[in-house]
Ligand binder design. Structure first.
Ligand code: ADP
Ligand code: ZN
Length: 417
């Protein structure tokens, strides 16, 4: 089902007109209410979407420099909630919501759950962390808005999660892909086959993942999973989701969050389908509107029509965030590239981590992966596909740390210790 067909299937020309109108509005608002933007946007004129690339980017450092509330565009009297980013890449940033923002937050998440296969008659097992992290509450409100019965489990306590899934028989689960793998492995360890697990759908996100992990999660839990993407600075989860029909690119809720892809070095817009850094301008947010927010996430954008009927453009799976990129002896490499290669070597599993060490002045990357044999084959394939020389350490099952509920840290960087 499509939760808000009027906006999700709006003809592209009308959608562009709506976006342009909202862009003019948000630029006027931040200029009036946020000193940082008043200064930043002095003298520029924004009449249409074509003017957007002339505006400066807003970066995480700008939020940090104005920590905690300095970029808010609404008075505290109108702010009804704050969240913070997970702090994956340093000091967390604090974000705020007015009542209208919370309403949008619920609606875009209801859209995403519907894209993932959800509907009002279903039970949602929500294993995203509740609290400052946006994942738990974001999908919670979205589920309720869609009319689902939400089980607010939050992350962690895997044994209890498994029991709850067996007893309450939910249809849809939300969590990180790495945690879905943990759950699948726990069911397998208990001898519960996928066909006995009630789950049918999953909204997985908050960290990069690949088709290899999707295949494993889908087989292990007996589901069809879709990718959900979001970040606290833009709103939290609910920025985009794959539709169940295609599962190829996530429909961006672009009537609220306007996406651009730009070249990582020059910042210039790149063509449709070309990879670059994802940048968002929030079109409707009140408490914390952001103009051209540099997410650091690498992906591409597609305007190809979709069989589900939605006209919202689609973004590809995230290859990684620029901060996650490793530079090993001059070669740039993302963990997801290694994950993809691992999946092609028989005998190896996607339970892996990347250990970075330094000997003398040279950085070394060791792929620690569970499975049997084949270490030379993996090293050879990594070299062939990425140009990066790595060491491979094949370890027995259970030796690589698993997700215990939240985002899994794949890179273990011993250089920083
Ligand atoms: P933090 O930046 O501290 O991790 P957030 O919790 O706001 O804080 O996380 C947002 C980030 O999580 C995104 O910028 C992106 O890097 C990552 N992310 C979220 N959803 C996905 C997804 N579906 N695929 C890949 N990465 C994702
Ligand atoms: Zn679609």
């Amino acid at each position: 089902m499509i939760f808000e067909p009027e906006h999700e299937t709006m003809p592209p020309e009308r959608l562009r007109a709506l976006q342009a109108e909202r862009l003019r509005d948000v630029v006027a608002r931040v200029r009036e209410r946020v000193p940082f933007y008043r200064e930043r946007l002095a003298g520029v004129s924004v009449e249409s979407l074509e003017d957007l690339p002339t505006l400066p980017f807003t970066r995480k450092t700008d939020l940090r420099d104005h920590y905690p509330f300095g970029l808010f565009a609404a008075p505290m009297r109108d702010v009804v909630r704050v969240h913070a980013s997970s702090g994956t890449t340093g000091k967390p940033t604090v974000v705020g919501y007015t009542a209208a923002d919370i309403d949008v937050f619920a609606r875009v998440n209801a859209r995403c759950l519907a894209m993932a296969g959800g509907g009002p008659e279903m039970i949602l097992h929500n294993a995203y962390g509740y609290g400052l992290f946006t994942g738990g509450l974001g999908l919670h409100y979205g589920g309720e808005r869609l009319g689902m019965a939400v089980v607010p489990v939050s992350g962690g306590m895997t044994e209890r999660q498994v029991l709850l899934i067996q007893d309450l028989r939910p249809d849809l689960i939300c969590c990180t892909p790495s945690y879905a793998l943990t759950l699948a492995q726990e069911f397998a360890a208990r001898g519960v086959p996928p066909e006995e697990i009630s789950l049918r759908f999953a909204c997985l996100g908050a960290e990069p993942w690949t088709e290899a992990v999707r295949a494993e999660v889908d087989a292990g839990l007996g589901i069809r999973s879709t990718n959900i993407y979001g970040l606290s600075e833009v709103i939290g989860p609910g920025v985009s989701n794959e539709c169940l029909e295609e599962r190829s690119g996530s429909h961006v809720n672009e009537d609220h969050f306007y996406p651009e892809i730009v070249h990582p070095d020059s910042g210039e817009p790149v063509a449709d389908e070309e990879e670059g850094v994802l940048v968002f301008t929030t079109l409707t947010k009140e408490a914390l509107p952001l103009i051209r927010y540099w997410t650091g996430d690498i992906c591409s954008l597609s305007s190809e029509p979709c069989s589900c009927g939605r006209t919202l453009r689609r973004m590809s799976l995230i290859k990684g965030r620029t901060d996650d990129m490793l530079i090993i002896r001059g070669v740039n490499i993302y963990p997801s590239q290694i994950e993809e290669v691992i999946s092609r070597v028989p005998g190896l599993t996607t339970n892996y981590r990347l250990v970075v060490t330094r000997s003398g002045t040279l950085d070394e990357l060791t792929v620690e992966v569970e499975g049997t044999g084949h270490d030379r084959e993996l090293a050879r394939l990594v070299k062939e596909t990425t140009g990066c020389t790595v060491a491979v350490n094949v370890v027995p099952p259970g030796s690589v740390p698993r997700s215990e509920g939240g985002k899994l840290q794949r890179v273990h960087d011993l250089r920083r210790l």
